[in-house]
Design a protein around this ligand. Structure first.
Ligand SMILES: Cc1ncc(COP(=O)(O)O)c(C=O)c1O
Length: 307
């Protein structure tokens, strides 16, 4: 496929795409975005991604200049221009910035939106991450509080997550598992984190009234319903570093990582927590259920295929 971008409908090779320097996405990270992918040419959970984008825009007070169907048309044109081969799935990032404005924080000076679509191959995650699992490091930097910058705004300002992942990499880990400012577990830099304790699946609770929050991941929400159907207990609850001792398995979820095992969690002060390499029985079961869901989704949404 040809890595492709669309900027306000203008399609170019990705490396040649540009946005104006006065765009607020570039100046301030004043933008919201989504990442989705295709399976067998079928876009996966697109309605859920549009709903989350609209929610991020609402929370950021960004007025959307395009309707959902206008945005979808621009996405489809970009995907078509990328000319994916049959059977080759695509990664799609779509970004809405508040638009070009004066160098002034007042959002009223900006607009209409800049709408960017990026089409690329699915990220080639290391095979080892699935065969053995990732190593997460708990960095000193804390996850943004919902009372400062709500992690439920999937926005173009990822500096908090970037600093977390940089610290984790400096420690030889693959990714960060961030604590909140009130010492609770939140999420990894670009995925949700889940644990298996006995027969239960546990994941950190989003607590908007306090300082603990995480993004409502679409993959995690899907997993919640798959757990329900399979009779597996799924619970969102406040979790702390000391609770890691009680966890038997750990994995992260995101649209592109799907269900990726974690084999170890380290921190600078506490002990190392080790989990079954490659994921334990529940992680494997959930991977299987997820795979089956995708197969069903592909056949039931065949009419919506992009290519
Ligand atoms: C901070 C953060 N948490 C969680 C996720 C997982 O979300 P999803 O499952 O919708 O991909 C992402 C995905 O990009 C993310 O950036």
């Amino acid at each position: 496929m040809i890595e492709t971008a669309s900027v306000n409908g203008k399609i170019t090779a990705l490396a040649e795409a540009t946005v104006p320097v006065l765009d607020r996405g570039f100046q301030y990270g004043d933008s919201v975005y989504e990442v989705t992918r295709t399976y067998g040419g079928v876009p996966f959970l697109l309605d859920e991604h549009f709903e989350r984008l609209e929610n991020s825009a609402r929370l950021s007070k960004i007025k959307l200049s395009r309707t959902r169907s206008e945005s979808l048309e621009e996405i489809k044109r970009a995907v078509t221009a990328a000319k994916p081969l049959a059977g080759e799935d695509v990664f799609v990032r779509f970004i809405v910035s508040r638009g070009v404005g004066a160098l002034d924080l007042d959002p009223a000076t900006a607009g209409p939106n800049t709408f960017v679509v990026i089409v690329k191959p699915i990220p080639p995650w290391k095979k080892d991450f699935y065969d053995k699992g990732m190593i997460l490091f708990i960095p000193t930097i804390r996850r943004n509080s919902p009372r400062t910058l709500d992690p439920n705004i999937k926005c173009g300002n990822y500096l908090n997550n970037i600093l977390a992942v940089a610290e984790a990499k400096e420690q030889g880990a693959d990714d960060a598992l961030c604590l909140s400012v009130d010492d609770k577990l939140t999420e990894a830099s670009n995925s949700n984190v889940l644990f298996v304790s006995g027969s239960k699946v546990l994941t950190p609770l989003h607590e908007p009234e306090t300082d603990t929050g995480n993004l409502r991941g679409i993959t995690r929400t899907l997993l919640q319903s798959l757990c329900k159907e399979a009779g597996i207990v799924y619970e969102e609850r406040p979790l702390r570093e000391r609770d890691l001792e009680k966890m038997d398995e750990c994995f992260v979820t995101s649209a592109t990582r799907e269900i990726m095992p974690v084999r170890e969690i380290r921190s600078s002060s506490g002990p190392r927590h080790r989990f079954t390499e490659g994921g334990g029985a529940t992680t494997k079961k959930l991977q299987e259920l997820y795979g089956q869901y995708i197969e069903k989704y592909k056949s039931s949404h065949n009419a919506e295929a992009w290519f």
